[in-house]
Design a protein around this ligand. Sequence first.
Ligand SMILES: Cc1ncc(COP(=O)(O)O)c(C=O)c1O
Length: 322
Amino acid sequence: MAELVIAAVPSIEKIRFVNSGTEAVMSAIRLARGFTGQETIIMFEGCYHGHCDATLASNGHQSSSGIPDGAKAATVLAKFNDLQSVEALLNQHKGKVAGIIVEPVAGSMGVITPVPGFLEGLRALADRFGVLLIIDEVLTGFRVAFGGAQNYYNAKADITCFGKALGGGMPIGAYGGSKEIMNRLQPDGDVYQAGTFSGNPVTMAGGIATLTLLKDPAVYQTLEDRTAQLFAGLGKVIAKNNWPIQLPRLGSMFSIVFAEKPVLNFQDSLTIDCKAFSKFFHFVLDNGIYLPPSAVDAACLSSVHTVEEIEETIEIMSKKVF
Ligand SMILES: Cc1ncc(COP(=O)(O)O)c(C=O)c1O
């Protein structure tokens, strides 16, 4: 399984398997801190990286009680798609930042693709300030492309996190990077991470089967064709009726966003009409189409969805119900 991932992702020379996306992110953050000897993590407002203290700490829309002040103080928030906000934080916290963590395609404020230059700019800023770039591919990994969004956008992470799709539905997470960084993990190095069920044979078998199937480029072409079909049909109805709906997507990862204008960051996502989405969600559910139940979550098509099912979906979604 490790060989399959390493062969697919140029930035990964060594990888560790864990049991969930949260565990991958939590471990990656500890590794970044151990490697750099610094504490502060820069993340993006509205991005979701699981339920570890570091990434829930100060994230306005998803915060939680029970998080120590120390954890809150060690996470600072930049704006997605806004390199200036990242540079300002790197200057403000100079010498204290361990890493920047980002979803290459944000999936929890509607799907938001990176504006041209955003991921490249993060790479350049991380290099200039001597901090690590952690790319969280828990949603995008092996879904938007073989090897993940990094391969699609030609972006290079210091540490990459995976989850979900990597294991074909089995409980999985993984994080990996260069040997230099990964060798800081115990037993070779001084950063601890372990887990009873990490790399368990059943999950690894699920992962190997999944990646072996995904090696066939025809799977991604099918996913692209079906999602394009859905969006072409829906797009026509939306344009004809002038409905306030945006249709962002990358490959098979998409959102039906009830907003007047394209959403590029967390502030924009506050304009999403959740009540309208809720009505729409229940109407389509009653008609056999199961979308994620939140107005801001990413939806994903599967390679087994057929052309006929997509046609039917367009027809049902085209009835005004919001
Ligand atoms: C980008 C991202 N990172 C991390 C996580 C956490 O993964 P898990 O739910 O497996 O802990 C999620 C879950 O949705 C996610 O979307």
